[in-house]
Design a protein around this ligand. Structure first.
Ligand SMILES: Cc1ncc(C[n+]2csc(CCOP(=O)(O)OP(=O)(O)O)c2C)c(N)n1
Ligand SMILES: [Mg+2]
Length: 563
């Protein structure tokens, strides 16, 4: 078998469902192997899905993992493809999303007649660092296969290391020479990345600490990634009668936001009341980092990799680090705490229930006041209420919004257990691919991508709608169109409250003008699009959109919204 055939066979036997690929001509051996496989009628696993942009390919793998827990493979062409996908890879690294990148490259440049990658290589394609080094800064592990004997070993390492804790993207550069040439292969089973957890002794110590706390508090950003982790978090909250606060932009619907111990808003107002804080999966638990805490409070960082080794900063007080698989460690703590505290302190639960109701009422009031000011647009609260009414309980939301986040958290998750995957990590441009990946992973669910008008511009929009059309993956895209980059005025208002920008309304950093007709973007790829500028038109537009989704086509709703 040549290298391409070996790779396909190894991916098949290692449980990979999809190859998300941005093409380059040296992938010819891969395409020939795929065509031969189809000709033989030998099954189509892994499915090869062509992508029209590298960041789309990476985001697809990310969304698919979020929806299924299954790590996938992405082909990114040599250094230039890795650079084009690097921002989405950085996102996967930040959120510990496993995937393996294979980057076709070359070892020779036309010196050998029988092995010429093409005249574009020495001149146009290659860069000094090569894909493995280009990728190094944005992935967890990066390597180049150099000899035929490398291919199987290095690919198995790449697949294993992506899923081993801390999870993350890995990259293997595979030259044309190895794709085309004979590669040794012996069938072999996948090396499973089994969960690694804290010792029983440490879990005993932490459980005792939490059980004895007077005011324990749980903070999370991504701790409820899976159903099991979410159940363990809820279990801990109930066993301790402790509130769960989410990061201001949660990565998942970590605990049902209807739960009496799921607190609305962020943790800062009550942080100084806590004597024991459990940070259960969060890249930055509060802000600013030097917030006042009780002087002798314990702060436990429970994370795959506590204190974030790949981040430039971890200035949060930390007294205990619980490393390893979050699910295993959360479940281990829960079991022990139930033993220590057979009946949770009822008075404590009651106190937090009151806090919750008060905060929700304040949010309601704030939204009502804000809504009264809105002219010629839809108040954000009304948009999320309408979506909440119309969407099935099993819907998946992928979000990439800024100004409307608090209203989204308040109104979109008010009663239904809708799933949520954050579609970005600081870097705009990954939500459409994440949404498409989620839909691919869970085809029976309604998937809604909610993104800002600014965010839309950073996404590979043609490639995303093209993917939806080509592969039959329909999603609903809701653009929160506040006609600009509203968040980019905030620091101007903060630092120059009486300045020229505020006086004249010339903010420079917020401008999208003229306002494009976004609805047509979906239409160009066989979908539907509609603009909504008033509350009265919202329900009808959402109903039409859901009907179009059922027919297998994507929809873009361009909703004029405030803020
Ligand atoms: C790739 C990338 N470039 C620039 C930024 C800086 N940035 C953060 S939010 C934002 C504007 C987003 O606009 P929009 O999605 O309309 O949200 P709004 O500010 O209007 O709420 C920009 C440019 C970023 N986060 N990522
Ligand atoms: Mg905007």
């Amino acid at each position: 078998m040549n290298g391409a055939e070996v790779i396909l066979e190894l991916l098949r036997t290692h449980g990979v469902d999809h190859i998300f690929a941005s093409p380059i001509a040296v992938m010819a051996p891969v395409w020939e192997a795929l065509a031969r496989r189809r000709e033989r009628g030998g099954g189509e696993t892994p499915r090869y899905l062509q992508c029209r942009h590298e960041s789309l390919a990476v985001s697809l793998a990310s969304g698919y993992y979020k929806a299924t827990g299954r790590a996938q493979v992405v082909f990114l062409p040599t250094g230039l493809g890795v650079l084009n996908g690097a921002m989405a890879l950085r996102t996967a690294l930040q959120e510990r999303t496993p995937m393996t990148i294979l980057s076709p490259d070359t070892l020779t440049y036309g010196e050998l007649e029988e092995l010429d990658p093409g005249p574009e290589w020495p001149s146009l394609l290659v860069d000094l660092p090569g894909p493995a080094r280009h990728g190094e800064l944005a992935v967890k592990w990066s390597r180049e296969a150099k000899t035929p004997g490398d291919v199987v070993h290095e690919l198995r390492r790449a697949l294993y290391l992506a899923e081993a804790v801390p999870r993350g993207p890995t990259l293997l550069s595979v030259p044309f020479d190895l794709l085309l040439g004979e590669v040794p292969y012996e069938p072999c089973a996948k090396i499973e990345a089994r969960s690694v957890v804290a010792t029983a002794q440490q879990l005993d110590e932490i459980a005792t600490l939490l059980a004895r706390a007077r005011t324990p508090l749980i903070i999370t950003e991504h701790g409820g990634r899976t159903e099991a982790e979410s159940a363990a978090l809820v279990g801990l909250a109930e066993a301790l009668a402790a509130p769960v606060f989410e990061f201001m932009m949660p990565a998942y619907h970590n605990v049902p936001r209807t739960h009496p111990l799921a607190m609305p808003g962020t943790v800062e107002p009550v942080l100084d009341q806590a004597d024991v804080i459990l940070i259960a999966g969060s890249n930055a638990p509060w802000h600013p980092p030097l917030q006042k805490l009780q002087p002798d409070s314990a702060v436990i960082h429970l994370e795959e990799d506590p204190l974030r080794p790949r981040a430039p900063y971890w200035g949060y007080r930390t007294t205990h680090a619980v490393a390893g698989d979050r699910r295993g460690n959360l479940e281990g703590l829960l079991q022990r705490i139930r033993h220590h505290l057979p009946s949770p302190p009822a008075e404590r639960a009651e106190r937090w229930r009151t806090y919750r109701e008060r905060t929700l009422a304040a949010g309601e009031k704030q939204a009502e006041v804000a809504s009264r000011e809105v002219r010629d647009a839809v108040p954000a609260a009304a948009l999320f209420r309408a979506l909440h009414r119309a969407l099935p309980e099993s819907s998946i939301i992928v979000d990439e919004i800024v100004a409307q986040t608090p209203q989204m958290l308040h109104f979109l998750y008010a009663e239904k257990p809708v799933l949520q995957y954050r579609g970005w990590v600081g870097a705009l441009g990954t939500s459409l691919g994440t949404a498409l990946g989620a839909k691919l992973g869970r085809p029976d669910h309604t998937v809604v991508c909610i993104l800002g008008d600014g965010a839309l511009h950073y996404n590979p929009v043609p490639a995303a709608f093209g993917f939806a059309q080509q592969h039959g993956v329909p999603i609903l895209v809701v653009v929160c169109d506040n006609r600009g980059y509203v968040s980019q005025t905030w620091n101007v208002r903060k630092y120059f409250a009486d300045g020229a920008a505020v006086r004249t309304g010339q903010f420079f950093g917020n401008v999208i003008s003229p306002i494009p007709d976004y609805a047509r973007l979906a239409q160009a790829y066989g979908g539907e699009g509609e603009r909504v500028t008033e509350v009265a038109a919202l329900d009808g537009a959402i109903q039409r959109a859901l009907a179009t989704l059922k027919s297998g086509r994507s929809v873009l709703l361009d909703v004029f919204v405030e803020p």
